[in-house]
Design a protein around this ligand. Structure first.
Ligand SMILES: *[C@@H]1O[C@H](CO)[C@@H](O)[C@H](O)[C@H]1NC(C)=O
Ligand SMILES: *[C@@H]1O[C@H](CO)[C@@H](O)[C@H](O)[C@H]1NC(C)=O
Ligand SMILES: *[C@@H]1O[C@H](CO)[C@@H](O)[C@H](O)[C@H]1NC(C)=O
Ligand SMILES: *[C@@H]1O[C@H](CO)[C@@H](O)[C@H](O)[C@H]1NC(C)=O
Ligand SMILES: *[C@@H]1O[C@H](CO)[C@@H](O)[C@H](O)[C@H]1NC(C)=O
Ligand SMILES: *[C@@H]1O[C@H](CO)[C@@H](O)[C@H](O)[C@H]1NC(C)=O
Length: 137
């Protein structure tokens, strides 16, 4: 399996099972360091919502650490992001809770490093997950 390519977020879980090499999106030209925290944050929120929506884990996952984010202007704004996410103590039936603590019991701890590409048109609040691959960390 080479590069992860999932147009359909429903296939996200498949991505979790695949060992895709980290940094596969590295070396793209045309991407720059992202500067707007506000936009990166809403992109992260969109990604986590999609992730949790498509997850069958009992618990909610949330962002642990933003590893890298790059941006490219096209017809909209493309965000290329590497992020570490972790399992929280909150049940997944509640939507995004940014203050939910991470699991502290070793057996329940779980984290992924996810690389994803989101296409967004911020001024109309449009988000689309184009590429995504998560590797257990
Ligand atoms: C974005 O998220 C970071 C980390 O959670 C937070 O410190 C920062 O205040 C947020 N910025 C905006 C504009 O929401
Ligand atoms: C997640 O699911 C909720 C409820 O089904 C839905 O309203 C929301 O649009 C979904 N979010 C994403 C990003 O798919
Ligand atoms: C989702 O459920 C399937 C079987 O029901 C299981 O094989 C898979 O590991 C689960 N995925 C996650 C992320 O928990
Ligand atoms: C989530 O699940 C818990 C326990 O199963 C329940 O008490 C709570 O009301 C649920 N919350 C929502 C928002 O559905
Ligand atoms: C989010 O999680 C914190 C810590 O568990 C809890 O105190 C708070 O009530 C939660 N908020 C929501 C909206 O569920
Ligand atoms: C990401 O997805 C888009 C559209 O699905 C595709 O054209 C592109 O080649 C993909 N990029 C990578 C690095 O997989």
């Amino acid at each position: 399996m080479g590069a992860g390519r999932w147009g359909n977020p429903l296939l996200l879980l498949v991505a979790l099972a695949l060992a895709v090499r980290l940094g596969q999106f590295q070396g793209w030209s045309g991407f720059q360091q992202s500067m707007s925290w506000k936009n990166v944050n809403s992109t992260l929120n969109f990604f986590m919502e999609t992730f949790n929506n498509n997850s069958n884990d009992s618990y909610l996952f949330r962002v642990d650490k933003l590893l890298r984010s790059q941006v490219q202007l096209t017809t909209g704004v493309e965000y290329l992001v590497s992020v570490k996410i972790g399992r929280t103590k909150c049940k997944r039936n509640i939507t995004n809770n940014l203050s939910c603590p991470f699991q502290s019991k070793k057996k329940l701890q779980k984290s992924f490093i996810c690389d994803f590409l989101v296409y967004t048109v911020p001024w109309i609040n449009h988000y689309q997950l184009w590429n995504n691959s998560c590797l257990e960390a």
